[in-house]
Structure formats: C-alpha cells, structure tokens
Design a protein around this ligand. Structure first.
Ligand SMILES: Nc1nc2c(c(=O)[nH]1)N[C@@H](CN(C=O)c1ccc(C(=O)N[C@@H](CCC(=O)O)C(=O)O)cc1)CN2
Ligand SMILES: [Mg+2]
Length: 297
C-alpha cells in the first residue's frame, strides 16, 4: 500500500470530543442543553442504526436527544405537523428527518417544512441557496465532513483540480460548491459524463459519491491523488458469510496502490456525517441563544 489512510473515524472522534466540550460550556451559559430532534419514519434497518447512533452520539456530546419514531404509513400531513411542532419547541435546536422516507412521502415537501434556522442537515432549499451564494447557513454534514478531511490533509486547496463524481443535492452539488469556495478547480462528473476515467485522471482530488460499489478503478487515478470515498455499499454475502462486505464507490484495494491518500469504507467519511451533525446542532443552539458560536468549530 502506498497511499496514506485518511482516518475519518479518528478525526470524527476528535470533533465529537471538541463539540462535547463546547456543548458543556453552552449548557452552563444558556442554562439548558443544546437539543437535536431526529425523526424516523418506518423501520428501514440501516436508518434504524443511523438514528440510534445519532441519539447516542448526541447524548455523549452533552446535548439532548429527542427521538420521534413514526409508523411507515404516516401521512405527509402528520409528518409535517410533527416538524411544525418541533419548529416551535424552544428545547429543539436542530431537526433532522432521516432519509430515505418510505413510500410516496415527498422528501422535499417535508424538508421544506423545517425551520431553516433548525435545518442542521442543510437540506432545506434556503440552506442550499445560502451555500450557493456564499451566505452563512447550514451545510450538509457529509460534504462538510469531506472538506474538513481535505483541508486537514492539504491545508490550502487553492488551484487543485477536483473531480466530484455524483450530482446529488445531499452530497455531489454541495461538495462541488465547498471545493469551489476553497478555490479548487471543480468538475462535476456523472452517469452521462463521456470518458469518466479520463476526467477523473486529471484530478488531484477525487470525491466519489455515486452509490455504485467499487466503480472507480485504480487506473482512473492520477498517481498521488487524494481520494475521498463517500459510497457505502453492501455487497451480496460471499459463501459462508451471513452479511455482505461494506465497500465504497472506489475499488480500494487497487486505488490504494496509486493514490497519495484515501479514505477507507467503513471508517472514512461515514463517521464524519454524525460528528458534523453534532457540530451543526451546537452552532444552531448558539444562534438561538444569541451567542457567538465557538471559534474554529
Ligand atoms: N437526514 C439524513 N438522512 C441521511 C443522511 C443524512 O446525513 N441525513 N445520511 C445517510 C445516512 N447516515 C446518516 O444519516 C449515515 C451513513 C453512514 C454513517 C457511517 O458512519 N457509516 C459507517 C459504516 C456503518 C455500517 O457499518 O453500516 C462508515 O462509513 O464507517 C453514518 C451516518 C443517509 N440518510
Ligand atoms: Mg421515497
């Protein structure tokens, strides 16, 4: 292996500790803990795991966790009514509706009901617009976690060639904007991109967020490139396994021989998502109390 491993799990653990310290100080000053409400609709197994992890991490970081579990057949009106109740609750600083939503529930309509001042996932159109025009607002947790890892490794990203593979509203588009804000030269590639390997080969920074297991191959990479793998894909179980292996969107075994640095899956980007969520929640809490958020958070 020639690539350095980017240890997102360790970075996330440090960030969570830092948030926890600042959250304790916040509770002292404000006379209450910062609060995060998480709404889970239905019983998707992966979502259950993430929601449980978020609750535990919130409590461990000296904040209050409010979990709301709704039946899979909950109507959009019922779900929006709950969001509105949480908007009005002064103990709640951040609101998160776990995605994907089951059935025909309209994710955009539900997210639009969240008070942008409590939109700690950064999924509201107002948050997306603020990011786009360079105004303060909440940035989606996964791409913000990725840019933290990149800045930690490179310091200045100015003038670097970055290719983001994937154009989702949650990862690809905000990721590209954050790289642009850091003065990288950014290309967004996607399923219709012609000569994707050729495009990726130009990149000093590759962010893979397509949701296709091990799609990005070693010979697509410029030697020494930094590879951020956002994918979390469960392979079919091999013989003798009960659960398939978890892999990213990058063929890790090949890529690690060519890349300069790479995030593993698991233990790379994934843990950053929850750490940044706590960070965003604490920032929201400071804003709600008219306090300046801690520097450097
Ligand atoms: N409302 C939201 N919904 C979803 C988000 C989100 O940010 N907000 N992101 C994903 C799921 N997600 C958090 O919700 C999430 C995904 C993965 C991880 C993580 O730490 N993964 C581990 C591996 C976990 C495993 O073993 O299965 C890793 O990569 O190391 C955390 C959070 C979709 N929905
Ligand atoms: Mg759906």
């Amino acid at each position: 292996m020639s690539a350095e491993l980017i240890d997102g799990k360790a970075f996330a653990a440090d960030l969570r500790k830092t948030v926890g310290r600042h959250a304790a100080a916040f509770a002292q000053k404000a006379g209450r803990k910062a609060g995060l409400a998480v709404v889970l609709v239905g019983a998707d197994a992966a979502s259950e795991v993430y929601v449980r992890s978020k609750g535990k991490a919130t409590i461990a970081a000296n904040m209050e966790s409010f979990e709301h579990r709704l039946r899979a057949d909950t109507s959009e009106a019922e779900l929006i009514a709950l969001v509105e109740k949480l908007n009005a609750d002064s103990a709640v600083d951040g609101i998160l509706v776990q995605l994907p939503l089951p059935g025909d529930l309209d994710e955009q309509a539900v997210i639009a009901a969240i008070d942008p001042g409590k939109d700690v996932d950064g999924f509201h159109v107002e948050s997306a617009g603020r990011l786009m025009v360079g105004r303060e607002g909440f940035v989606p947790c996964t791409p913000l976690g990725c840019i933290m890892l990149l800045k930690d490794r490179h310091g200045d990203l100015s003038g670097m060639e970055a290719v983001v593979i994937g154009r989702s509203n949650i990862v690809g588009k905000p990721m590209a904007q954050l790289l642009l804000d850091a003065n990288a030269t950014v290309t967004i590639a996607h399923s219709r991109t012609k000569d994707l390997p050729g495009v990726v080969r130009r990149a000093d920074i590759v962010v893979a967020a397509v949701g296709r297991a091990e799609m990005v191959k070693a010979d697509w990479l410029k030697p020494g490139a930094t590879v951020i793998d956002v994918g979390i894909n469960r392979l079919a179980p091999a013989e003798g396994e009960t659960k398939g292996r978890l892999v990213g969107d990058v063929d890790f075994d090949g890529a690690k021989e060519v890349a300069g640095a790479i995030t593993p899956v698991p233990g790379g980007v994934g843990p950053m998502t929850i750490a940044v969520l706590l960070r965003n929640t604490l920032v929201a809490a400071h804003q709600h109390e008219g306090l300046e958020p801690p520097e450097g958070l």
